[in-house]
Ligand binder design. Structure first.
Ligand code: BMP
Length: 452
């Protein structure tokens, strides 16, 4: 014979209770979340549940059975089928037309009805439902509940004179789950705190450090960036959106000591020349120990991207340490970026971007699974296995009047757990670009340390 515990564990497999940090409708944070609706989707479990509930009850007392809508409707139906107690259905709202009935089914005044509820918390929904049934001349003496969240509802109903039968209580359930190794001691402690009415202290999840990221991120470019960050105590990438080689080289010379990488849009240079632009740039990168990031945002089929990457006048594959690429053309479109790292565009910083939550989720899946990709550009958190690059950073502005939206380094590190901030106009348009780079470097590093 199956024990009640074995039965509960079977129910648990359907995902009816989740542990973690949940905000309830009331705004209160709860360490667990209960939703018994999945039970109705497993006929064997639903039938067993019906019998467990019926076994607890003085069935001779009842003429009718009724579930509180909606979660308890299938439970009441199953109990009716197993016990032959006639079912009545209570509407959530009275019909606006015809009979305007709140109760459906066959019943007569003076009958006693067993009320079925999935979960009792404060008892409020039962206290609303009962008078609506009693208004039809039906009495309610007993309530049967699958799970008591032990937040006072049962006691309130009992004070009002109802008999409340509960199959499980949350404490009992936690004890069973702990015994089976599904719950850790600290989780049980939080649940007990919550049930005792105390404010629950959740562990603040801290971002992981660059040292820990070094152990987690396998791509050689990711490792190099993290090593430079630790060595230079910097997480700053300057976006060198200038339009001539002299300006680009002058900027690189000024900001070089403060950055982990210089980000370019090489196609905006008026005077690009492999010898005059790239060779001195590579020398500066060596001199100051930073990487070259080409923000090309490739967005085509694999074959075209392969040509764009290695041919034309820029021959990006010859000099870039890493490139940005959209993932819109799918996983295989990224295969062509051999010998460099790829940072995938997961979400954009501009107003009205089409990078919605669904898009970002799909983009993240591609980024996580493709061996060439080691990071993502986004304004939201991404998984720890990827390095997060956050553009749209400016200490003085909130936007540029062209759709760009700015945040602070503090926001990037504390809210997004970013790894690298990307700053363009905040630095290259400053009167003193070197001083501005130093300021952003300090602000970025302080924000990173504060977020640990
Ligand atoms: P600025 O700090 O001047 O706004 O420059 C931001 C840089 O980052 C630009 O080169 C832009 O192309 C890039 N960028 C961005 O602003 N938002 C994104 O979502 C992705 C980007 O690459």
């Amino acid at each position: 014979m199956e024990t009640k515990k074995e039965f509960f564990l079977e129910c648990y497999q359907l995902g009816i209770i989740k542990f973690g940090r949940f905000t309830l409708k009331s705004g209160i944070e709860s360490p667990f979340y209960v939703d018994l609706r999945p039970l109705a989707s497993d006929p064997k479990i639903l039938k067993k549940l019906a019998n467990y509930m019926l076994d607890m009850l003085p069935l001779d007392n009842f003429d009718l059975i009724c579930g509180v809508p909606y979660a308890a409707l299938p439970m009441a139906t199953a109990m009716s089928l197993e016990s032959y107690l006639p079912l009545i259905i209570k509407r959530k709202e009275a019909k606006q037309y015809g009979t305007k009935k709140i109760l459906e089914g066959i019943y007569t005044s003076g009958q006693n009805c067993l009320l079925v509820e999935d979960v009792v918390t404060s008892g409020a929904s039962l206290l609303e439902t009962i008078p609506e049934i009693e208004n039809e001349g039906i009495t309610v003496s007993d309530i049967v509940v699958v799970l008591d969240r032990q937040q006072g509802g049962k006691e309130i109903l009992e004070q009002k004179g109802f008999r409340v039968h509960t199959l499980f209580t949350i404490s009992e359930v936690c004890a069973m789950l702990k015994e089976e190794g599904h719950l850790a001691d600290d989780e049980v402690e939080r649940i007990n705190d919550f049930l005792a009415g105390n404010v629950v202290k959740f562990k603040e999840e801290k971002r992981i450090s660059y040292e820990d990221k070094l152990a987690l991120c396998e791509h050689s470019v990711a490792q190099k960036l993290l090593e430079i960050a630790l060595e230079k105590r910097s997480n700053l990438i300057v976006s060198a959106d200038v339009t001539s080689t002299p300006e680009l080289l002058a900027l690189a010379e000024k900001v070089g000591p403060h950055i982990v990488a210089l980000k370019m849009h090489m196609d905006i240079l008026m005077d690009f020349d492999a010898d005059k632009t790239i060779l001195p740039l590579k020398d500066l990168a060596t001199k100051y120990n930073f990487l070259l990031m080409e923000d090309r945002k490739f967005a085509d089929i694999g074959n075209t991207q392969e040509l764009q990457f290695s041919y034309g006048i820029y021959k990006i594959s010859n000099w870039a340490d890493f490139v940005t690429a959209q993932v819109i053309a799918g996983y295989e479109s990224l295969d062509c970026f051999r010998n460099v790292g790829v940072v995938a565009i997961i979400g954009m910083s501009s107003k009205g971007t089409l990078t919605t939550a669904d898009y970002r989720e799909e983009a993240t899946n591609i980024a996580l699974s493709h061996p060439n990709v080691f990071g993502g550009v986004s304004q939201y958190k991404i998984p720890n296995e990827l390095l997060l690059f956050t553009p749209g950073i400016n200490l003085a502005e909130t936007g540029d009047g062209k759709g760009q939206q700015y945040n602070t380094p503090e926001h990037a590190f504390s809210q997004l757990e970013s790894d690298f901030i990307i700053v363009g106009r905040g630095i290259y348009k400053a009167d003193d670009a070197e001083k501005a780079a130093l300021n952003y470097r300090i602000a970025g590093w302080n924000a990173y340390e504060a977020s640990l």
